[in-house]
Design a protein around this ligand. Structure first.
Ligand code: PMP
Ligand code: GLU
Length: 403
């Protein structure tokens, strides 16, 4: 190495992170999923409940659309905000399911819903702003808010209240600095679907206090009857003017690796986010956009088939967990997570999850990253066989512990 190279290596070693990055840790869900995979690759018979991604293959017609896109040379930059036909298809799908009145101009396509959320917070927030998050929250919400220089203000929901938003507590948390409120229904990690009454109350509060609502509806198609998905945007036309709706293809079409998600909202915000995106990723991958277009506009039978399978897994897992001593679990109405209360075991979720991994080779995500040290998240994006095996292992773990 020459002297200059050595000097710059030293400079990097001594790197002081900028303040906005100092208290942000990497996504614990992604880290634990990677750890479980590494154990499996090393030959350990680990049963993996960490992954927040459907385990089904991407539907064949969607894969074929991706292949066609490559073969027909759709391999160049696209417009920054996404292919016009994909933006229009997103608007149409949202309008069809929510009776809203969006056009392509209200849609920004990004590299996954996570990137869409990143863009939203960056475009909305400045230092000093506060964003209200409801706990338990998806692990990335607080980090995304902090990375935009704003402050997450956490308002708890209660298990006894079905993890529904607590309107009085939210009202109390609103200050002169509050910019936005994030809702996520169905919720990762609780699986709760916000009721119509609470949604209406949230909408009224947002309008009264001039808040932007960021409504993450990425699990909208994974709701189990009699629960039904309802979007805050569909309550009245005014709500569409102050809401940013987040969605994507990752969960609905089992396309996590394709990295396509979107934000749908007022045009000035979409324009600001488009400017931001023009200087960061330029555009989401052209091939993936063509595949996402095929997913949205094609035949939808794979969605219902996946939902049916998730429902069977949910019931098996929830019944099995509820039968174990010290564990309690509410039946999730949507998404593919069981949020299991482990307080009865008399130790933190972190400690329990570590023991389950070390002693039973069952990999889960402890609740601390979601704002709870009393819960453990199981993703049931895994086979019935894996669920049965894990329930047997946890049953014998519980017996050993109490003997
Ligand atoms: N929001 C929620 C609530 C999620 O669980 C996920 C899953 N990772 C995302 C957004 C991001 O999804 P993606 O970036 O894969 O589209
Ligand atoms: N949303 C998924 C999860 O919660 C994927 C991982 C992540 O993006 O954090 O596990």
């Amino acid at each position: 190495m020459d002297a200059q190279a050595i000097a710059s290596t030293r400079a990097l070693t001594a790197l002081t992170l900028p303040e906005r990055l100092r208290d942000v840790e990497g996504s614990p869900t992604l880290a634990l999923a990677a750890k479980a995979k590494a154990l499996a690759n090393a030959g350990k018979p680990v049963l993996d409940f960490t992954a927040g991604e459907p385990d089904f293959p991407t539907p064949d017609p969607v894969k074929r659309a991706g292949i066609r896109a490559i073969e027909s040379n759709q391999t160049r930059y696209t417009p920054v905000a996404g292919l016009p036909e994909l933006r229009a298809a997103v608007a149409q799908q949202v309008n069809r399911t929510r009776h809203t009145n969006y056009s392509a101009a209200h849609v920004l396509v990004s590299c996954g819903a996570k990137h869409a959320l990143f863009n939203v917070f960056q475009a909305l927030c400045q230092p000093g702003d506060e964003v209200i998050l409801l706990s338990p929250y998806w692990v990335s919400f607080p980090a995304l808010v902090r990375l935009a220089g704003a402050k997450p203000v956490i308002v708890p929901t209660q298990e006894a209240d079905g993890f529904q938003p607590d309107l009085a507590a939210i009202r109390n948390a609103i200050s002169g600095a509050t910019k936005a409120l994030v809702i996520n229904s169905p919720s990762n990690p609780t699986g709760a679907v916000v009721s119509k009454a609470r949604l209406e109350a949230l909408a009224a509060l947002a309008l009264e206090r001039h808040l932007v609502v960021i409504s993450d509806e990425i699990y909208d198609e994974l709701v189990y009857p009699p629960a039904a998905h309802r979007s805050i945007t569909q309550l009245n036309p005014q709500m569409a003017d102050c809401t940013v709706l987040i969605g994507g293809v990752s969960k609905t079409y089992s396309m996590t690796g394709w990295r396509i998600g979107w934000a749908v909202g007022p045009e000035p915000l979409v324009e600001a986010m488009t400017t931001l995106q023009s200087h960061s990723t330029s555009n989401p991958t052209s091939i993936s956009q063509h595949a996402a277009l095929a997913a949205l506009t094609g035949e939808q039978s794979s969605v219902a088939a996946m939902r049916k399978e998730f429902l069977a897994r949910r019931d098996r897992l929830v019944q099995g967990l509820a039968a174990l001593p010290g564990l309690r679990v509410k039946t999730p109405e949507g998404a593919f997570y069981a949020w299991c209360n482990v307080r009865g075991l008399g130790q933190s979720a972190q400690a329990t999850a570590q023991q389950w991994l070390d002693e039973a080779l069952v990999a889960t995500v402890p609740g601390e990253g979601f704002g709870s040290s009393e819960h453990i998240r199981f993703s049931f994006a895994t086979s019935l066989q894996t669920i049965d095996d894990a329930l047997r292992r946890l049953d014998s773990w519980c017996r050993k512990r109490s003997s």
